[in-house]
Design a protein around this ligand. Structure first.
Ligand code: ZN
Length: 490
């Protein structure tokens, strides 16, 4: 009798008994013509069929493919199949397991317990589950990796699946040379000097100040996170457990990094590490757009300004943050980023910045109520223009070519007045589409090209972030193709 279902736990209890029956083998060369891949929950029905079929061989090859979503484990499913075969008194059985992918072991705590191998993590991950009374949620574990990007460490609080998904990114070889060798990079050769210095900023703790001129689009800083924490930790885990994992994530790091973290600004009160995280966060992602809070030893010191001079981008693949100048920066000027979306009104910014626990005193926010009102009006008008262009592009209205021209001119002067150049990409995409819709393809092409240039400046060259750019080009190509066909039959 073969049981219909067999859990990993059951398989494990059988394993000592069946071990001596197992003829282990491995290597893709052993794959014969009969190879098939099955999902774990299909293994037993398939193996049952295989048992009753007369065949030339009773050799069974098992390969459990890597599947982070379903937490498949080669080890566990192999045991399940072998246990089933043993129960069914199969005359001969051999098993083949695909050699576990380097990151698969880390996806599955059970496999790691079997092997006692926690690599690449420094030690056994420390895992918590939400307590009864907490909101239901996934299991979170603390993973620490060292050395990371030089002689540093990295602590990550996340789910086992996401931890597994980031293993390849831990390797220094994934960092592109341009980032690796940048003077600010912890992987760069000694003796290179970065474009900024860290200084005490009155009323704002520490900040970064340019120590030479920095050109627009110049890469100012390359930084690698020292701590990453899954956002879910703050939603589903109670304060005590949270404090426990955050402290552990800190203590597992090398002493130097602990000091770096503890010297970052605090603002909200409460538990130290959580306060630091909330005050200095960089929103980053792991896996497929799963939000995490990140702490960066240097990047986290960049203060806020509603008219910032840098922006940053994050590479999931290289676990690196690039800080890039969005305009020329003069020596002695503070390097600033915006913690809130660009283009908001004074009140909206004030509301959003409450999350960071400070009131903005940047020149724009500190200007007279009259100046602030004028700026708000500009920003509102920009939004209106954007919507007008978009509506026309979507066919909800029909702007003439000359109206598109004058709206574009107006938006360019508003952007310049408000220092919102970083929003040109969004606005130019709307302009390009409005022109496409109006059949003015030469102008559309010009703006598509402008967008492509800006897109690469902002998003970098990793293809994952360029889908929107390719989409825009595709739309233009379609319009041009259609125009050619229409022209031919006119
Ligand atoms: Zn401000």
């Amino acid at each position: 009798m073969v049981e219909n279902t067999i859990t990993r736990g059951q398989a494990r209890t059988y394993s000592p008994v069946i071990e001596r029956f197992i003829v282990g083998d491995e290597g893709p060369s052993k794959f014969g013509t009969g190879k098939f891949w099955v999902a774990e929950d299909e293994v037993l029905p398939k193996v049952r069929d295989w048992m009753v079929e007369p065949g030339t061989t009773r050799m069974l090859w098992i390969s459990s493919p890597y599947d982070p979503g379903a937490m498949t484990s080669a080890h566990a499913s192999a045991l399940a199949v072998i246990a089933a075969a043993w129960q069914a008194k199969a005359p001969i059985i051999s098993h083949f397991c695909q050699r576990s992918r380097r990151d698969e072991l880390r996806a599955d705590e059970e496999s790691a317990i079997d092997t006692g191998n926690w690599e690449p993590w420094k030690r056994r991950p420390y895992c918590i589950e939400p307590l009864p009374g907490d909101a239901p949620g996934p299991q979170f574990c603390v993973y620490t990796f060292e050395p990371f990007r030089g002689d540093r460490g990295l602590s990550v609080i996340t789910t086992p699946v996401l931890a597994a998904s980031m293993v390849d990114a831990l390797d220094d070889s994934v960092v592109p040379p341009k980032l690796r060798d940048h003077p600010s990079s912890s992987l760069a050769a000694e003796g290179s000097s970065p474009a900024y210095v860290i200084k005490d900023m009155p009323g704002k703790g520490k900040g970064l100040v340019a120590q030479r001129q920095i050109r627009k689009w110049e890469l100012v800083l390359v930084d690698y996170p020292v701590m990453l924490a899954h956002m879910g930790l703050f939603d589903v885990v109670g304060p005590e457990l949270r404090e426990d994992v955050l402290d552990r994530a800190l203590r597992q790091l090398p002493e130097e990094q602990q000091g770096e973290i503890l010297s970052l600004a605090r603002s909200t009160g409460g538990e130290t590490v959580e306060d630091i995280l909330r005050t200095n966060i960089f929103g980053v992602e792991l896996g497929i757009e799963i939000p995490h809070l990140g702490l960066l030893p240097i990047g986290s010191r960049i203060n806020h300004n509603c008219r910032p001079n840098v922006f940053w981008r994050y590479s999931v693949r290289a676990l690196a943050v690039e800080v890039i100048a969005m305009r020329d920066i003069e020596p002695g000027e503070e390097i600033t980023q915006s913690y809130v979306p660009l283009g908001l009104s004074y009140e909206e910014r004030k509301e959003d910045l409450k999350n960071w626990g400070f009131t903005c005193t940047c020149p724009l926010c500190a200007s007279s109520p009259k100046q602030r009102a004028a700026s708000d009006e500009n920003r509102e008008r920009l939004q209106d223009i954007y919507h007008e262009l978009n509506d026309s592009a979507a066919g909800k209205s029909n702007l003439t070519i000359s109206t598109i021209e004058s709206l574009t001119e107006e938006l360019e002067s508003l952007v310049a007045e408000e220092n919102l150049e970083a929003q040109l990409l969004v606005h130019y995409s709307a302009v390009a589409r409005a022109y496409m819709r109006a059949g003015e393809l030469d102008a559309a092409r010009r703006y598509v090209e402008l967008c492509e240039y800006l897109w690469v400046q902002y998003a970098g060259e990793e293809d994952d972030y360029l889908a929107g750019m390719h989409q825009l080009r595709h739309e233009l190509n379609e319009r041009e193709r259609k125009a050619t066909i229409d022209g031919r039959y006119r």
